[in-house]
Design a protein around this ligand. Structure first.
Ligand SMILES: Nc1nc2c(ncn2[C@@H]2O[C@H](COP(=O)(O)OP(=O)(O)OP(=O)(O)O)[C@@H](O)[C@H]2O)c(=O)[nH]1
Length: 522
């Protein structure tokens, strides 16, 4: 054994060691098994015979092979190792236990000894060292495993906590982390369509200097890569250590891999809710790599995390589509009941109806009718500066102000559209309407809503008023509908004028069916 190892240490090692020796009395071949080997191989003694070794049934780990065959391996690989053959296999199972078997040669008491080294395979304790004595190798591998575990837990918590819109960027970061961790030159996620006969490349990371292929790999049909599709669907795994060794049935795949200079490739299926949804994969470009069992387990772990993230992204998309439908349905409902959904004020539809009614009434009763159009100043820049949600809040605040300001019987406030409001003031003549508008501007200023882009530093309103005088219905050719329409147009023109004259002011006009006259009443 290695010089630094005493027999006592061999007895204590967590790694199973078996070696052959000649029994001095009987001159028969015996095999020494240290306690770890006895534990792993379920033997209850430290010395066994060669036929007992030959009877140990080691099988192929189908999880790591493309074809699901589980025939017993003959000849027994432990026996081969004890015979001095060079063995390094990570694809073995003893019962349910995944094993890594290596052959070793060392000397005990100046005698050359052939030994078999066995250890359980598990991504958490995967020891890559070439020699048992190479403790630094063991430590390195453990450190590497710990670092990967840390990476995995970071990726999981980032993906679990990600908002719907951030999930894609977190998946890309997960692929990058995996690549940079040393797994590959290119790492990617492909997703299946609902019928599982088409895939598209949704996320990709490439090492510097390696070309990206995401754009070209958007609609790959089953007929393009039949061998690959069959593999993913049936085995959920494709491990190609060397693309050059791919069989003839994988000729399409080989052509594609060759065109991207992929020498080794491993892909692991991703499932969500028991359904195949895609796969995560790694390529080695222009260089070959023998994928270790640890590589595959790591890729599986990352695949599981990404699959969960993709599934929650799907849920969130479905949820937000449902929310959108609900909001739209709600808006339609408000529309039907004549109410604006953001502010709770009357909506345009109700306003049009009321304008017509009030115009008829004012003509009938020979009463004046004023119409006030109110527009929030520089509201686009308000949204741009403070965000749309704060914009919505400001509109609600203005709506509340209007609601509390116009309290007289018959007054109707409505959200005319966007950041524009309209108020019907039945019975109010022009000067009363102008006075009310002036007070409104004062109250608006008192609200003190900051607006950095406005000259005053505050959010303000512009007001245009048109007033139909009490005798406007005297002209027999004037119908209520025409007068209402003219009133609206002229209030709108007055508002336009108020904007032109610097905003935060009131402009009024008396209804003149043929022409508009403006008075500035700031
Ligand atoms: N937050 C929010 N913004 C809205 C809503 N409806 C309309 N707007 C915004 O209001 C802004 C109106 O901009 P403009 O018509 O250019 O007018 P303005 O910036 O107010 O400038 P002036 O009217 O000339 O003072 C647009 O940016 C719209 O997106 C809404 O319901 N919520």
């Amino acid at each position: 054994m290695h010089n630094t190892f005493s027999e006592a240490l061999i007895e204590q090692l967590p790694i199973g060691i078996l070696w052959r020796y000649l029994e001095p009395d009987t001159a028969s071949q015996r095999v020494y098994c240290n306690p770890a080997a006895q534990r792993l191989l379920k033997l209850n003694k430290r010395d066994i015979s060669m036929p007992e070794i030959a009877a140990l049934a080691l099988t192929l780990d189908t999880e790591l092979s493309i074809k699901k065959t589980s025939e017993a391996l003959l000849p027994n690989p432990i026996q081969q190792a004890l015979d001095g053959e060079l063995i390094d296999r990570r694809d073995l199972l003893f019962g349910q236990l995944p094993l890594h078997l290596k052959s070793l040669r060392f000397s005990v008491n100046q005698q050359q000894v052939c030994a078999a080294l066995i250890q359980p395979r598990d991504h958490r304790l995967f020891i890559e060292s070439a020699e048992t004595g190479d403790m630094s190798g063991i430590e390195l591998s453990l450190r590497d495993t710990l670092a990967f575990d840390k990476l995995i837990s970071e990726l999981s918590s980032r993906l679990i906590n990600a908002e719907g819109s951030q999930i894609d960027q977190h998946i890309e970061a997960a692929l990058a982390a995996m690549g940079q961790f040393g797994l590959a030159d290119r790492c990617y996620v492909f997703q299946f369509n609902a019928t599982l006969d088409q895939i598209h490349n949704s996320h990709e990371w490439v090492r510097e200097g390696v070309s990206a292929h995401l754009d070209e790999l958007q609609h790959i049909a089953q007929e393009d890569l039949p061998w690959f599709f069959a593999n993913m669907r049936e085995e959920g795994l494709m491990v190609v250590h060397d693309v050059a060794t791919l069989s003839a049935e994988a000729s399409n795949e080989r052509e594609l891999f060759d065109s991207e200079d992929i020498r080794s490739i491993v892909c692991v299926a991703m499932q969500a809710g028991g359904q195949l949804i895609g796969f995560v994969g790694c390529d080695m470009v222009a260089r070959q790599r023998h994928w270790s069992e640890a590589d595959i387990r790591r890729l599986k772990l990352v695949g599981e995390i990404i699959a969960q993230a993709l599934q929650s992204q799907q849920y969130l998309k479905a949820l937000s589509a449902t929310q959108r439908q609900l909001i739209e349905a709600n808006q339609r409902l408000h529309q039907l009941v004549g109410e604006d959904s953001l502010t709770g004020l009357a909506n345009r539809r109700q306003f049009d109806h009321e304008l017509d009614t009030e115009m008829r009434r004012s003509m009938r009763q020979q009463q004046p009718l004023s119409l006030m159009m109110i527009d929030v100043d520089h509201f686009k820049s308000f949204n741009d500066t403070y965000g749309h949600l704060n914009g919505d809040d400001a509109l609600r605040t203005v709506a509340n102000l209007l609601h509390s300001h116009f309290k007289r019987s018959g007054e109707l406030v409505c959200r005319f559209g966007g950041e524009e409001f309209a108020v019907l003031l039945p019975g109010a003549n022009k000067s009363q309407a102008v006075e009310s508008g002036g007070h409104l501007l004062e109250k608006m200023a008192q609200l003190g809503i900051h607006h950095a882009a406005a000259e005053s530093g505050l959010l303000s309103l512009s007001i245009g008023i048109a007033c139909a005088p009490e005798d406007c219905g005297d002209d027999p050719s004037a119908s209520a509908a025409i007068l209402a329409n003219n009133l609206l147009q002229q209030a709108d023109q007055a508002l336009y004028q108020a904007k032109k004259e610097g905003r935060n002011c009131v402009i009024s006009t008396l209804l003149q069916p043929s022409q508009a006259l403006y008075d500035s009443d700031e």
